[in-house]
Design a protein around this ligand. Structure first.
Ligand code: SAM
Length: 306
């Protein structure tokens, strides 16, 4: 399936829950409102949407949230997607990784992106609560199990913009490190406005040299480290966007940074109807986000799915 700008849309992010076991201040403003069972897509609903997406040429899925490892049945969903021939990755905060890593491997998960902003226990706790040693142990176990591992850190001025400690840990764990520029969303914008720092500024301060751009990641090297930066603000990569997002309440989003959405729920028993709504969502994709013009998503990142 292609969108009106000729981009192939073959990647979907499935947010399987809006609940999370951390409270990162840049991601959500507080506990999420309770949703009833009926409001949340079932594992078989996600599978049906995925099947229709694959019918339109979809190839790759990323399971996210909220925190995907707190959603019951997440491994069954991975198995379903893998049996449909898809490549499946997951983005997790890693708090429960030690408990689930083997099961994820058996389910056929291809790659793991673990969100880790710092290895400093105190700083970690001040960002979103939780015990960083749980995450570190989970990453090491996942590495031992042979997962293709990426560590994603949200780049924040004065908090984790000394990139070397995390680069050292990533190197030891055999993981690719990527810092993501802090993105504004309406609910959390005021809390984060003084924390933004661009990738180029941090790279220059650390004497890192830009080496290459691969997909949406720009790589830099220095002092024996390779550090990736994902730059949605300072260097947009919308031209290569290949994705749709599905929230746990059944909203299909053409873009992370707009409120336009399409409800899949009326079509869950209708394969052709699902295909049509997916085509409409792809058809609604814009050439690029407009964050620099103040256009914002009104939902929190955690409820959309990162
Ligand atoms: N709970 C999982 C996790 O932590 O990886 C998945 C969901 S979380 C919303 C996905 C990713 O979005 C995390 O890497 C998180 O750090 C990132 N994120 C959340 N809010 C963000 C923001 N305002 N700017 C940039 N990245 C953000």
């Amino acid at each position: 399936m292609t969108d009106p700008f000729g981009r192939t849309i073959d990647y979907m992010r499935l947010s399987v829950t809006d609940k999370c076991n951390l409270n990162c201040f840049y991601c959500k403003t507080g506990p999420v409102k309770h949703l009833s069972h009926e409001e949340i897509l079932r594992i078989e609903d996600f599978t049906k949407v995925a099947e229709a997406f694959i019918g339109l040429g979809g190839k790759k899925f990323r399971i996210t949230g909220g925190e995907p490892l707190i959603r019951k049945g997440v491994c069954a969903l991975i198995e379903n997607l893998v049996s449909l021939g898809a490549t499946v990755g997951m983005t997790t905060n890693g708090v429960l990784l030690k408990r689930f890593a083997s099961e994820l491997k058996c389910a056929g998960l291809n790659g793991l992106n673990v969100s880790l902003d710092t290895t400093d226990g105190q700083v970690y706790r001040s960002i979103g609560g939780g015990d960083v040693s749980e995450v570190i142990d989970g990453i090491i176990l996942a590495s031992d199990l042979g997962f293709s591992l990426k560590i994603n850190a949200v780049l924040m001025k004065g908090i984790n913009d000394d990139v070397f400690p995390l680069a050292e840990f990533a190197k030891q764990a055999g993981a690719e490190l990527r810092f993501i520029e802090l993105m504004p969303f309406s609910p959390t914008e005021k809390l984060i406005s003084d924390k933004f720092v661009s990738a180029a500024e941090v790279a220059e301060r650390h004497g890192l040299s830009r080496t290459e751009r691969a997909g949406n990641v720009t790589f830099y090297e220095g002092r024996g480290y390779r550090v990736g930066f994902i730059t949605p603000l300072s260097e947009k990569f919308c031209a290569s966007c290949n994705r749709l997002r599905l929230t746990c309440t059944g909203k299909l989003l053409p873009c992370l940074h707009s409120d336009v959405s399409f409800d899949v729920r009326p079509y869950l028993s209708d394969y052709e109807g699902l295909k049509q709504i997916l085509i409409r969502a792809a058809g609604a994709k814009q050439p690029c986000h407009q964050l620099e013009k103040g256009v914002r998503q009104n939902e929190e990142m955690g409820s959309i799915g990162g």
